[in-house]
Design a binder for this molecule. Structure first.
Ligand SMILES: [Zn+2]
Length: 326
């Protein structure tokens, strides 16, 4: 089954040479580790790093490429990052087109860097909010996504997807370091139990949001997985597409404002790594308000979103607080 998927993936890669190869699952062989030596591991975002840390535990030395608070779409790696990647036994990336910098970084790191996309195997989704805006205002506002193949790369907004991540991380670490496979398996299992708990808690919390308020407007199209899993609709986004890099045209903002009013949307959710100026303008024009979330990065350790579990609890709390009302 696995072999068949890999084969299909390889064929797919041949058909579309533009597809970025780091979205394929590499085959990994055991590395020779000396006594007391640990796997050298790199993760791209703080969210990926937190999940990898939970699975790898004491058995890995982990380097996170993006400093806290970095917008993953706009990240520019340094020469030190290339060196860290070149020295790593494995690089864990979100994949699904999130890390636009990764192809160049791998090139400058040279041969030997192996990338495991943790989102491998997640059923990728598209943003459907453009259609909602179109329906509200009569056409012209829908956008193609910026992500790889037009998919939303923000898979972590559904803990069920992060359970898939843990399987990928566990498999990769066990392949590289088979003598500690039992440790990785136990760690991954324990963390998945927490993810199950988180999923149940989210459902419980969101039960307090009335059906008519289950409409999201965000800074960019990043809530496809959350909306699909928990019964929300993405009405629209300030920045067109799945990244924060493309600027909206004036007519797009006008269409979004019409949709916000047509759907009586309660809040515009903005990530802490994004300039909120446009969102504030839209909120002011439509009489709604800007509410801040954590989206692409964790907070400082011990802050409100110091790890992935806290990140999701914080965001869900904010969403419930903003949408619970009348
Ligand atoms: Zn994003």
């Amino acid at each position: 089954m696995v072999i068949l998927s890999l084969l299909l993936l390889a064929i797919g890669g041949c058909q579309s040479p533009a597809a970025v190869t780091y979205d394929q699952m590499p085959s990994l062989s055991p590395v020779a580790l000396g006594a007391g030596e640990r796997l050298q591991v790199v993760a791209t975002t703080s969210i990926v790093a937190d999940v990898v840390r939970n699975v790898g535990g004491e058995r890995i030395d982990l380097t996170t490429l993006m400093p806290l608070g970095t917008d993953p779409h706009a990240f520019q790696p340094t020469p030190q990052d290339a060196a860290a990647v070149a020295d790593a036994h494995v690089v864990f990336a979100n994949g699904a087109g999130l890390e636009a910098f990764l192809a160049d970084l791998l090139e400058s790191a040279g041969a030997g860097a192996t990338v495991v996309p943790v989102s491998y195997g997640v059923e990728l989704r598209r943003f459907e909010g453009g259609a909602a805006v179109e329906q509200a205002v009569g056409g012209g506002a829908a956008h193609e996504g910026e992500g790889e193949g037009g998919f939303d790369p923000h898979t972590w907004f559904d803990p069920n997807n992060v359970m898939v991540w843990t399987h990928n991380v566990e498999r990769a670490l066990s392949a590289l370091d088979p003598s500690h496979a039992g440790v990785y398996e136990a760690n991954a299992e324990a963390y998945r139990a927490k993810l199950h708990e988180l999923d149940a808690w989210i459902r419980e919390q969101l039960a307090g949001v009335p059906e008519r308020n289950r409409r999201l407007v965000t800074d960019h199209a990043s809530f496809s997985y959350f909306a699909h899993q928990y019964g929300f609709e993405q009405v629209g986004a300030i920045f067109p597409g799945y990244s924060t890099l493309a600027q909206p045209a004036a007519r797009d903002l006008a269409a979004l404002e019409d949709a916000i009013q047509a759907f009586d949307v309660k809040a515009v959710f903005v990530g802490n790594t994004v300039n909120p100026a446009l969102a504030e303008q839209v909120a002011q024009d439509t009489g709604t308000r800007v509410v801040f979330l954590y989206t692409g990065s964790l907070s400082e350790p011990g802050g409100p979103a110091g790890d992935y579990l806290a990140f999701m609890r914080y965001d869900v709390g904010v969403i419930v607080g903003a949408l619970r009302g009348s």
